[in-house]
Write a protein that binds this ligand. Structure first.
Ligand SMILES: NC(=O)c1ccc[n+]([C@@H]2O[C@H](COP(=O)([O-])OP(=O)(O)OC[C@H]3O[C@@H](n4cnc5c(N)ncnc54)[C@H](OP(=O)(O)O)[C@@H]3O)[C@@H](O)[C@H]2O)c1
Length: 213
């Protein structure tokens, strides 16, 4: 597939780019917003495109047939950026995928985005933004996969996860490397089409876990 990674220079995004570039079944286009991030994307084996979710980025969607959304405004910015990037930026990306005839869309969402009002008060605005983007994707007509991880860590990936539409254990975390593995492997795993599921660290190899989703 020809895959656009949005948020490609992020901590998870660059692991996604690396994994896609190592897979001969994929060509990867890496959307970054700073010129000094372009060389690293080329070194990883991606074609960089300079674009910003808060501006016109429709040109970034040319020549691809799948999108992985791994961008996020982060916790150091305020609620306006959460709305502008995590909610509106994601919704714009979904609409652009539709208008460009790109059928496959894999969204990095968050555990708790199904019920924002049940989350910790400080997280509710963020979870609502993720919820709204996910809801828009579900109604878009695209072939979607919505992945909702627990808290992310920078530990080495194990290649193994626990995945289910609703996990009983909501306290465990997951390595970004394993989240990247799930995002990339979902692209070609038909069992994940039109599915929303939660992931945390676990004992089941990613490919096997995705088959049972
Ligand atoms: N942290 C957690 O525990 C957790 C849990 C569940 C889900 N998530 C979700 O996982 C995703 C990735 O998390 P992460 O920690 O790997 O992210 P990260 O390292 O903060 O990276 C986010 C990326 O998004 C990019 N970005 C921000 N604003 C943008 C804009 N306006 N246009 C284009 N790109 C923009 C950033 O660009 P720059 O490099 O230019 O800054 C950065 O590369 C996020 O969507 C987050 O909501 C996180």
């Amino acid at each position: 597939m020809h895959v656009l990674v949005i948020g490609a220079a992020g901590t998870t995004g660059r692991l996604v780019v690396q994994s896609l570039a190592e897979n001969i079944q994929h060509h990867v286009k890496a959307m970054v917003r700073k010129t000094d991030q372009m060389a690293e994307m080329e070194q990883l084996g991606a074609r960089p495109v300079l674009a910003d979710l808060e501006q016109d980025f429709s040109y970034a969607m040319n020549d691809v047939n799948a999108v992985i959304f791994a961008a996020g405004s982060g916790s150091s910015t305020g609620p306006e950026k959460t709305t502008s990037v995590d909610r509106n930026g994601a919704i714009k990306a979904i609409d652009l995928a539709v208008s460009h005839g790109i059928n496959r869309f894999v969204m990095l969402s968050s555990m708790g985005a199904d019920r924002p009002d049940a989350g910790p008060e400080l997280m509710q605005h963020y979870l609502q933004a993720k919820h709204d983007a996910d809801a828009h994707l579900m109604k878009s007509g695209l072939t979607y996969t919505i992945i909702r991880p627990g808290a992310l860590t920078n530990e080495a990936g194990s290649g193994k996860i626990d995945a289910a539409p609703q996990l009983a254990d909501r306290t465990k975390s997951i390595a970004r490397a394993d989240v990247a593995g799930v995002l990339v492997q979902s692209l070609l795993a038909h069992e994940t089409e039109s599915r929303i599921f939660e992931i945390i660290e676990g004992d089941v190899p990613i490919a096997e876990a995705l088959k049972k989703i």
